[in-house]
Ligand binder design. Structure first.
Ligand code: 2P0
Length: 323
């Protein structure tokens, strides 16, 4: 049995930062994101009797990445065993290709585990709903739960494996303009950064509280199709995430000076009547949200700061082949 799936990264408007359960990857608060229409990961899973292997972008992955894949496949094998399937003992050859630039920091773990969950479930003969695939992808990487979903997703934090999953939410059409800045920031992985924030940031509880409140407001703003409110919530929330991270000891700083220049340029756009709002994840790159008709003007304003890509809302993870 073999299957091939495709998934895209997603960018959060309400961010996930912090786990209530490290093993099950239950977050401390819910989050909300847009699935992108480019930078797909395509992953094939073919069952074998030999051993698990993981090839990424044409080369066999290192021990750490292969280990993470095997741990994930063990979850899939566990589900196959529960379902009484004779695939439960099979190993898998996993081959994965990222279309996005590898070092751009564009959430490749989200597209990677969303594609792997979808392909592996099919290859092992599991018939899972989108909700259950989202729960499964979550176990690989929290943000991957959202890449199962078309266009816009809310990940409900939940309190257990069964209740922590993403589902669709309707939102007004928008574009994302990503600015891959020319900066070499010191890299602390999201996973390690979340632990450091929980353990040492004095603002952690305030961050949890504000994220829950922001998600409620974001859901209301989406229902009202209020792009301005969505943008304001997005930018404020991004700064709050970086603030709680900056307050760790020793400090973690993901934004670079050029990142701040982009935030300043976005504020200047608003002063000029061009409505745009900015966010940034665990790295120096900045992503700007705007109305689709304004994307070209926004891209032109930030082109001096880095490499520009313009995204529309994209499709969630899906099978492209299964045999
Ligand atoms: C997000 N990020 O909501 C936030 C904003 C980064 C900053 O989700 O440990 O790679 O695998 O669950 O999913 C990055 O976290 O972390 C992330 P794990 P993940 O998009």
């Amino acid at each position: 049995m073999a299957a091939v799936a495709r998934a895209h990264p997603n960018i959060a408007l309400v961010k996930y930062w912090g786990k209530a359960d490290d093993e099950l990857i239950i977050p401390v608060a819910g989050s909300m994101s847009m699935t992108l229409d480019q930078f797909a990961t395509t992953t094939s899973v073919a069952l074998t009797t030999d051993a698990d292997t993981f090839k990424l972008n044409g080369t066999l992955a290192d021990a750490k990445a292969t280990g993470r894949t095997t741990v994930f496949l063990d979850l899939v094998r566990g589900l196959a065993a529960e379902a009484g399937l004779d695939t439960a003992d099979a190993y898998a050859n996993v081959v994965s290709t990222n279309e996005g630039p590898t070092a751009a920091g564009m959430a490749s773990s989200a597209s990677g585990f969303a594609a792997l969950a979808t392909a592996a479930a099919a290859a092992y003969g599991l018939e899972l709903s989108t909700k259950d695939l989202s729960r499964l992808a979550r176990r690989g990487s929290g943000s991957a739960s959202r890449s199962l979903i078309d266009r816009f997703a809310v990940w409900h934090a939940g309190t257990s494996d069964a209740t922590s999953y993403a589902e669709t939410i309707s939102a007004p059409d928008m574009a994302m303009v990503s600015v891959t800045v020319n900066a070499t920031a010191k890299k602390v992985s999201s996973r390690d950064g979340m632990v450091a924030t929980r353990d040492t940031s004095p603002y952690y509880q305030a961050w949890i509280d504000t994220t829950e409140a922001t998600l409620d407001e974001m859901i209301a703003a989406c229902a009202a199709e209020d792009f301005t409110r969505i943008g304001e919530l997005t930018e404020t929330h991004a700064h709050r995430m970086h603030a709680v991270i900056n307050a760790t000891n020793p400090p973690i700083r993901y934004l670079a000076p050029v990142s701040w220049q982009v935030f300043d340029e976005v504020a200047a756009m608003r002063d000029d009547g061009l409505e745009a709002y900015a966010t940034a994840d665990a790295g120096p790159n900045v992503v700007i949200i705007c109305r689709p008709d304004d994307a070209a003007a926004v891209a032109a304003r930030v082109a001096p700061f880095g490499e520009i890509t313009t995204f529309a809302p994209g499709v969630g993870a899906h099978l492209v082949d299964s045999a």
